[in-house]
Ligand binder design. Structure first.
Ligand code: ZN
Length: 373
């Protein structure tokens, strides 16, 4: 198994500035590092190197996409506003959307990284690939950035891959703790892309409900599983087994793309879920198995959130050990501690089961995506 890894030093140079920028000019937040520091992502790369796994993957170099590519998802005026602000010394396009000097080029490089991973898998350069891109992208909407996302990495790269490789069906599974609103919006009326999101309920107010199933010809091609805060491995695996797996089997994608936020990790500061590194190992194994069954193993994982710099690298290592089929022998020091701490809470709970049952019920409706050709 050959696994590609996309990364670029410049991904770690996107400067989100001061922590206060998330809250406007809040007078009582002490100045300091932004939650979206490069640290958690850089530590992923460093742990891959220290574990020896990096040397066993194929490194893939990204190139930035052009403005025309970005406009496959975004309005020209929005793309231009990011470019202009970036070129004129930087500033902010709103809370959570800082654009530093040179940020346009770095955000376009992040989209290009996801595109590079897709191209490598679709050209069979590698069996599967992980794009360690930054800034993240799944909250970026057509005409505005949002939630630390400037451009929609996964959505733009999907459009490019479908155009360039003639794909007819691609599935996107988003397991970031926050709803993948931007990805959902980009394909809400598009039956050629099945979008599935497992996320913490109401973490993006007004978005991510089970009943948001797509519109027009896209109805049935968007599936949301908004799990309650406190959901752990049992809830996530049940969501995959009972909703995502059957939906993928009906849709029969030609490639599965995962928007992988690691912020459902139990110690993440931005969400309230309970996953451990082994949870990500099990989830990746499920998706890899489904990709093997449905689309020749074509699985691409693109990085989104994940803000605990100490635990996040072990979650990413678990994912990449699974993708490569190589166990490095590195032990996650947090796993045993938190397993003990969270014992009894990792199993599927009745209130979590109720949400999964709602999403599962929608699969049985005539509106649900089903490919016959
Ligand atoms: Zn997130």
């Amino acid at each position: 198994m050959t696994t590609g890894l996309v990364w670029d030093e410049r991904y770690f140079w996107y400067d989100f500035g001061d922590s206060r920028s998330l809250f406007g000019a809040h007078p009582h937040i002490q100045p300091g590092s932004h939650i979206e520091t490069p640290e958690s992502k850089r530590r992923i790369l460093n742990l891959l190197a220290a574990s020896g796994l990096l040397a066993q993957m194929r490194e893939l170099r990204p190139s930035p996409v052009g403005a025309g590519d970005l406009c496959l998802v975004h309005d020209e005026a929005y793309v231009e506003s990011v470019r202009t602000l970036s070129a004129s010394g930087g500033g902010s396009l709103g809370p959570g959307v800082p654009v530093p000097a040179g940020g346009y080029e770095l955000a376009a490089l992040a989209v290009g990284g996801t595109r590079r991973a897709l191209d490598a898998v679709l050209r069979a350069e590698v069996d599967n690939a992980y794009a360690l891109v930054r800034p993240p992208g799944h909250h970026a909407e057509r005409d505005h950035g949002m939630g630390l996302c400037i451009f929609a990495n996964v959505a733009v790269a999907t459009k490019l891959a479908m155009r360039d490789h003639g794909l007819r069906r691609l599935a996107i599974v988003d397991w970031d703790a926050h709803h993948g609103n931007g990805t959902e919006s980009a394909f809400y009326e598009d039956p050629s892309v099945l979008t599935l999101s497992i996320h913490q309920d109401m973490v993006i107010p007004g978005r991510g409900a089970v009943c948001d199933a797509g519109r027009g010809v896209g109805e049935g091609y968007n599936i949301n599983i908004p799990l309650p805060p406190g959901s752990g491995t049992g809830a996530y695996l049940a969501a995959i087994d009972r909703v995502i797996a059957p939906a993928l089997r009906r849709f029969r994608p030609e490639l599965i793309l995962v928007a992988s936020g690691l912020d459902a990790c139990a110690s993440d500061p931005t969400a309230r879920m309970l996953l451990l590194s082994d949870s990500y190992r099990f989830m990746t194994a499920r998706l890899l198995e489904l990709a093997g069954e449905l689309c020749g193993g074509r699985l691409v994982i693109s990085h989104e959130g994940g803000y605990d710099p100490t635990a996040t690298p072990f979650c990413a290592l678990a994912i990449l050990e699974t993708m490569t089929g190589i166990r490095t022998g590195v032990q996650d020091p947090f796993g045993p501690l938190r397993e003990e701490e969270l014992a009894g809470h990792q199993r599927l709970q009745p209130h979590q089961e109720a949400v999964i049952a709602q999403a599962e019920a929608l699969l049985g409706t005539p509106r649900c995506a089903q490919q016959t050709s």
